[in-house]
Each structure stands twice: as C-alpha cells, then as structure tokens.
Design a protein around this ligand. Structure first.
Ligand SMILES: N[C@@H](CCC(=O)N[C@@H](CS)C(=O)NCC(=O)O)C(=O)O
Length: 291
C-alpha cells in the first residue's frame, strides 16, 4: 500500500463543506429540505420524480414495459429532478422521499396518495400492483426477490465505492481502488456464472430483477461506466454481455432509457414525459430546433 498521506481521524468528525470531488457540492451530513418548493402534479395516476441515472432508469424501464404489455393504468408523468442543482432537497421532494434521492414516486390512483421511494421498493410496488414481471409461485418469487435485493445491496459498492474512488475522488488512492475493483469484479463473476445457465437473471422469464441489474451492470460492460472498461476487463464477462444486449434491444427499454435524461445526445433526451407521444415530439433535439 503506497498512499502518500495518512489520515489521523480527529476525536469528533467535522463537516468540511468543500472537501473536493465531483459531488462535493451536494453531499451533506444532514437530512431535510434546503428550500421550500412544491412538486408539480400531472394528470396521470402515477407521478415520477427522477433522473436517468441507473437507479432512475430501473423505474422508467418498468413503466414502459408495463405500458407495452397493455397495463394502461401504468400511464405516468415523469418530472426531472436535477440532483446537481439540489432539486432533491426541495420541501416537496423531501415529502415524498425523506432520503432526498431519486427515484421517488406518488401513486394517486387510490383514495389517498401513496408515496414510494427506493428504486427496489418502487419496482416491487409496481410489479405487485399490476401483477406483472414478478413470479407468483413461492420458488420463483423467492429467486426474483433474492436477485432484486442482491442488486440493491451490491450497487453501492459499484457506484459509491468503485466509481467514487476510481473516477470522482479528488485523488487516486490505491487502497480503496483495489478494494472496490476486486469487489466489482467478484460481482460481475457472480452475474456471469448465473447467466451462463439462464437466459434471464431468474430463469426463462424477464423480471424486475433484470430491470434492476441491467442499468448498472449492463452499462458497465457495454457503453462503460467510470471509464473503467479496460481496467475491469469487462469483455471477459461474456454471458453478462450476451444478456445486456438481449435487454438493450427491447423497445420499452430504449424508451425507458430516454425518460428524465438530461445528458448525452439530444435526440435521446426526453427530459419530462407526460404522454406516450412525447417520444416522437418532445425529445430535446426537437424542442431546441423549435425554439
Ligand atoms: N438506494 C437508492 C439510491 C438512490 C440514489 O443514490 N440516487 C442518486 C442518483 S443515482 C441521487 O439521487 N443522488 C442525489 C444525492 O445523493 O444527493 C435507490 O436505489 O433508490
């Protein structure tokens, strides 16, 4: 281990507001709102407040898959939460997610609004509400929930651990990069061995477990994340790559990827979605051309 500086923790930790790193401005050691602002409310039963990060994409892919499967009750309004600008700390957003992180959703279809936060909880809520993409037999359901919760527990090591220290931290430190690279490669091997024997994560059927895992690990082995494709030798996970391409080809996945996207090619950005027709008329390239 060759870290240049050694840190001696003080007796009591204190917040140094500008500690460096890409997300230093939005990281705080306290919860709660920073400003008063109500959330917009659209016409559909489901109100999503999100951004097209991997956690956000999980939910928009499921919503688009539900609509494609004929569940018209899954119509939704999707509003953009710009986490770089601190939208997640508005009073309205904190009311629906006290943890101030996207995605968060409100279901207005019943007598009282129901709020749901945490992407895994939203996936399960919607799958159960519509009776789709989650098996109902005990063995199938157990397998699906096991992989869903595997993803929820594993992705923080990928994003908050590996991604943070390899790409975002102000200095490159050998110890944390080694620790998290090893863990991410182990996770990829877990997936690769599973997908060597199955078409989808849980077997023959495409489920919310695929929708949870694909935006994180599929991205890692295809377009890449944290500019780490070579470092992690992602090409060696052949079964993960085969599955990633299978999911990416689904039309609902392509649409789900565009919703609440405010980065990348303009024709792939549908920053707000209020209608199925918005994919044809309201992408950012068309909005900017009309201005
Ligand atoms: N466990 C949460 C994690 C959500 C999460 O980390 N969201 C990030 C974007 S991917 C966020 O909103 N970050 C804003 C912040 O940390 O202030 C989930 O799966 O919903």
């Amino acid at each position: 281990m060759t870290d240049a500086t050694e840190y001696t923790p003080p007796k009591v930790w204190k917040w140094v507001a500008e500690s460096g790193g890409q997300f230093a401005k939005i990281n705080r050691p306290i919860a709660g709102p920073t400003h008063e602002k109500a959330l917009a409310v659209g016409k559909h039963p489901l109100q999503l407040h999100s951004l097209a990060t991997p956690n956000g994409v999980k939910v928009t892919v499921l919503l688009e898959e539900l609509l494609a499967a004929g569940h018209s009750g899954a119509e939704y309004d999707a509003y953009l939460i710009n986490i770089g600008e601190g939208d997640q700390f508005s009073s309205g957003f904190v009311d629906i997610n006290p943890n101030s992180k996207i995605p968060a959703m409100v279901d207005n279809s019943g007598p009282k609004p129901i709020r749901i936060f945490e992407s895994g909880a939203i996936l399960l809520y919607l799958a159960e509400k519509f009776g789709a993409f989650v098996p109902t037999d005990p063995a199938g359901r157990a397998e699906c929930l096991s992989w869903l919760f595997w993803q929820m527990g594993s992705a923080p090591f990928l994003g908050g651990g590996f991604g943070h220290f390899y790409a975002y931290a102000p200095t490159k430190l050998e110890y944390p990069i080694n620790r998290y690279a090893m863990e991410v490669k182990r996770q990829l091997d877990v997936l690769d061995r599973n997908l060597a024997e199955r078409e989808f994560i849980c077997g023959d059927d495409y489920t919310i477990a695929d929708m949870a895992i694909w935006p994180w690990y599929g991205r890692l082995v295809s377009t890449g994340a944290y500019e780490s494709r070579e470092f992690l030798d992602v090409g060696s996970y052949k079964h993960v790559i085969r599955w990633t391409e299978l999911i990416a080809a689904r039309p609902a996945v392509k649409r789900g990827n565009m919703v609440n996207r405010s980065f990348g090619p303009l024709e792939e950005q549908l920053r707000e979605r209020h209608d199925a027709g918005d994919f044809d008329t309201k992408t950012q390239d068309k909005i900017e051309a009309a201005q």
